[in-house]
Design a protein around this ligand. Structure first.
Ligand code: ACO
Length: 205
């Protein structure tokens, strides 16, 4: 479980929160109440602002996700979060203390894609699953489904319309089990598309 030196609970009015780039910037009120730079303990000063705490969580969870996927560089860091991307974070106190249990980063992409007939199509603002991680101690307990389902509801997306950036074996199994998505449409890039993606008309290039 991923614990932090600050109180996680105050960041989580509900078990799953939505984080965007603007949530990682301190508000004017937060800056006004920040400890004086010359008298503050720098570590304490940093971790008392919610925006800094969220940034720390993103960096730590992004690193754990990269390790779990065998990636050299994290896909998710606070610095790299673009304005059109959203990170869903999940936490609970099931272990007797508040800890972060999962991360799901999504965004939209303008992609050139092949449909089932092999025709190239331009898909604008394609929903994209970019990074997904549930802590090892919680995997295969339905936590991933909870997080993914909340994301779909909040984004107004359906699973078959999502492109998935370099899915791991675990994620392929997850999509098959929970959403019945098995048959993919071969692409010339790292994204995986499932049958059903092209059910609505789209621009041919
Ligand atoms: N081996 C095979 N399939 C697995 C595994 C595993 N070790 N773990 C989860 N799955 C799949 C299976 O279909 C499983 O069903 P089963 O237990 O009946 O076989 C199903 O996921 C379980 O569903 P949940 O419990 O809802 O999902 P979970 O909480 O395990 O979260 C996740 C799924 C996020 C993929 C998690 O396993 C994880 O963090 N894996 C490591 C990181 C990773 O691979 N992330 C995806 C990278 S690709 C990307 O982010 C675009």
């Amino acid at each position: 479980m991923v614990e932090f030196a600050f109180d996680i609970k105050q960041l989580f009015p509900q078990p799953i929160i939505r984080v965007q780039a603007h949530s990682l910037r301190p508000t004017v009120t937060q800056l006004r109440h920040r400890p004086h730079p010359f008298i503050a303990n720098p570590q304490r000063g940093h971790s008392t602002m919610p925006s800094c705490q969220l940034s720390q969580i993103l960096d730590v969870m992004g690193k754990l996700s990269a390790d779990a996927q065998g990636l050299r560089q994290p896909v998710t860091t606070a610095d790299k979060l673009a304005s059109d991307q959203v990170v869903y974070l999940m936490a609970d106190d099931a272990a007797g203390y508040w800890a972060i249990t999962g991360l799901l980063k999504v965004g939209t992409k303008d992609l050139f894609l092949f449909d089932q007939e092999g025709c190239c199509r331009r898909a604008k603002q394609t929903p994209a699953i970019l990074d997904f991680y549930v802590h090892e101690s919680r995997q295969r307990c339905g936590q991933g489904k909870l997080l993914f389902q909340r994301m779909l509801e909040q984004q107004g997306w359906s699973a078959s319309k999502c492109s998935v950036d370099r899915p791991s074996k675990k994620l392929l199994g997850f999509m098959a089990k929970h959403y019945g998505l098995v048959r993919t449409i071969p692409q010339g890039n790292n994204f995986v598309l499932y049958e059903g993606f092209f059910d609505d008309p789209m621009t041919k290039c």
